[in-house]
Ligand binder design. Sequence first.
Ligand SMILES: Cc1ncc(COP(=O)(O)O)c(C=O)c1O
Length: 431
Amino acid sequence: MSKLSNINYTECDEKFIWHPFTHQLNKKSAINIVKGEGVYLIDDKGNKYIDAVSSWWVNLHGHCHPYISKKISEQLYQLEHSIFSDFTHPKAIELAAALLSILPSNQHKLFYSDDGSTAVEVALKMALQYWNNRSENKHIFIAFENAYHGDTFGSMSVGDRNVFNKAFESLLFEVIHVPLPTSENMSDLKAQFNALFQQKNIAGFIFEPLVQGAAGMLMYEAKYLNELLLLCQQNGVITIADEVMTGFGRTGKNFACDYLNTAPDIICLSKGLTGGYMPLGITTCSEHIYKAFLQNDKTKTFFHGHSYTANPLACTAALANFDVLCASETQKNIQLICDAHNNFLEKIKHHAALKSVRQTGTILAFEIASNDKLNYLNEGLNNLQDFFIARGIILRPLGNIFYLITPYCVTLNQLHYIYSTIEIYLNELLN
Ligand SMILES: Cc1ncc(COP(=O)(O)O)c(C=O)c1O
């Protein structure tokens, strides 16, 4: 075992670590974050940054939240982990009861996994095996163009075919991608759904409700999604809401599904689930989905499970996160963020550097006017990150788009600082 005294972190990071979604040649040194404090991340030089992207959309109430940290530390001395097949534990049970009390009322059973991708993977396998258990050959999914559902093979398959998964394209299963619904295409889209139900063995329809995150915060209206869900329901097609990004208040309500009249059959949760403390995925389903697995024939069992299923520390984090989310102060702050974003949107929307600015709840996205087509690899905004880092704000562009998804503990003063810095950035783009 080598001694780690006098370690040069930058050197060792570059030497040993392969970071996610990072072009490996000519990469910049990663900023070494050594502390989290509320809305701030603090690096090894003492620089403080407002985490305006909630650390890839996971953090809800700020870093090192005293209540959540305390609950986890107490749990650390009670039970760190135990097997979850034939065994259970109080935190998993309490969390299941808590979540089912705020999810759409048709949700009946809850299945634990590790992260957003595995929550989606479980949902897809549940839907496919639902049909298999009923001896029906349905295996094709409908998904939206530009969708992103994760990086495992199933979740990549239902995602858009793009640079994220190009190397694996020949191995991805058949999925029919349709455009997001709009007032103009709604009747064509419904006709396309009906035709697909007749011609293809459609197993299910998966969607990011109201906001497609990784696509660049593309937004669409609940009323159109409702119509599609109703159509699926009338045709017995399983509907899967991927609330991995939209869940836990991001859209202004607890879940984006709370804007819908037709509840989905399956819901995927992760990211904000633990308040950004620990990886945890959850897939919930309605009773009729679960019933397809209630058979004497043991081969109809759902043979899926991860070593760390329902990790008690992660469940404790999620329960503490749930308490903080439900507190009236948090709910009030979510509404304050929605209102502040809306005021800024009204102020900035005609800025000459912007093609558009859009908002759903606490999510505010800015699309820069550019001739380039949206693409994760666009170089157009490659100075954006440095510009904001130099001013103490963490933002990451997605092609021509950048966005705010802050923790809910952000203050109005901090928001106004972010807004004014954005205005300076937009003005500089015009020079
Ligand atoms: C809608 C959606 N689903 C699934 C995922 C995958 O989640 P994870 O990165 O935790 O695997 C993401 C990640 O950004 C997401 O936005």
